[in-house]
Design a binder for this molecule. Structure first.
Ligand code: ADP
Ligand code: MG
Length: 352
């Protein structure tokens, strides 16, 4: 216990040092002067990249979540890949300066929240941004406590699990098609259940479909969502490849605005275990490399995907949307364009 206390003291100190430094306090004072906030209460969450605080405006009696990014250098090394290659932020690249980086992350989150909000994806409404201090709507159960993460939400029954699962897939599609964003860190931890509705949060790392890694990120999001609803909550999940197509492709005869039609469409999609063909397809899908467009790729991206081995690109499908869905292979004598999957290449095509 004593040791735990000691540890806590240390992390408290770290919080004060890293987050509520004089600069940060200065931005908070500005928000208070401007009348956005009256004061900051407790801390809702301490994360690797940011801390989230509870803020209030005593005049309007509104509550806010105040996300304050931290300058922890280790994190930024890992996060570079999300900004790299994204044209919206290309010119604002200054990755050696942690202060500038946290400002960029906060800006990204603010813009992405706005974009999602304006397209009807339930997210906390973005309120204000001062450098690396972001103010947004506080999603609360009403008693001052934050609404639960999907992970902590108690589903009423199997039907509700299935409904929320479908809702998640519809949001992922709308995000991709309408908002032009892939979440890139979607999970039961970055979604909340608020007033019986699913909300998406934590979108600073979200990327546009043009980002060279966007489809890899999307596949990872799909896997996380399937793992949660399937393995952890017992739903019969859809094949990952089928979900991927559902999100990225144009759907004939289905109107995105018609939710009932969307749900009807989703319900008839193949589920995992429906047939060995479906499962084998999924197995291949997990092992191939997904590339949006060769134009946007840099050598480093190939290196990243094939773990150092630069392969030649072999397109399997090049659909109408211009998405290339293919696999990376080591150069071989055989340069035929057959869309077969060669097991001997498994080592080079296995996911990260
Ligand atoms: P991190 O980058 O640290 O993961 P998140 O944006 O995911 O930051 O926020 C961390 C946690 O804080 C969330 O899991 C959630 O519990 C809480 N939280 C964040 N934003 C809000 C909000 N707008 N309303 C209520 N709780 C929130
Ligand atoms: Mg999070």
């Amino acid at each position: 216990v004593k040791q735990e206390k000691k540890k806590k003291d240390k992390s408290d100190r770290a919080t004060v040092e890293n987050v509520l430094d004089p600069r940060t306090l200065n931005f908070l004072v500005k928000l208070i002067r401007k009348g956005v906030l009256s004061h900051i209460n407790g801390c809702l969450s301490t994360g690797k990249e940011a801390n989230v605080y509870h803020g209030v405006n005593t005049e309007s009696e509104k509550e806010y979540a105040v996300k304050i990014y931290k300058t922890s250098i280790l994190v930024f090394k890992d996060r570079e890949r999300y900004v790299d290659g994204e044209y919206r932020f290309r010119n604002s690249r200054n990755q050696s300066n942690p202060r500038k980086m946290i400002k960029i992350w906060a800006e990204k989150e603010f813009r992405n929240l706005k974009r999602l909000h304006s397209h009807g994806i339930p997210v906390p409404e973005p309120i204000d941004l001062r450098s690396h201090v972001l103010v947004m709507e506080f999603l609360t159960r009403g008693d001052g406590e934050a609404s639960p993460k999907l992970r902590d939400y108690e589903f009423a029954n199997e039907d509700e699990i299935e409904t929320i699962y479908q809702t998640m897939l519809i949001y992922m599609r709308r995000m991709f098609q309408k908002c032009r964003l892939v979440h890139a860190d979607l999970s039961e931890y970055n979604s909340l259940m608020h007033e019986g509705q699913l909300y998406i949060i934590d979108v600073s790392q979200s990327v546009e479909p043009e980002h060279p890694m966007s489809l890899d990120f999307l596949r990872m999001d799909i896997k996380n969502i399937n793992d949660f609803f399937g393995r952890q909550r017992g739903a019969a999940v859809f094949s990952e490849r089928v979900i991927f197509s559902f999100i990225t492709e144009h759907l004939q005869d289905v109107n995105d605005e018609d939710e009932d039609a969307m749900r009807k469409y989703i319900k008839q999609m193949p589920r995992k275990g429906d047939s060995t063909a479906v499962d084998e397809d999924d197995e291949v899908f997990r092992s191939v490399h997904l590339v949006r467009s060769l134009n946007h790729l840099e050598e480093r991206d190939f290196g990243h995907m094939s773990e150092g081995k630069l392969g030649t690109f072999k397109s399997l499908v090049d659909d109408a949307d211009g998405i290339i869905y293919g696999e990376l292979k080591e150069e071989t004598e055989d340069d035929s364009e057959e869309d077969d999957f060669d097991e001997s290449d498994e080592e080079n095509t296995s996911p990260r």
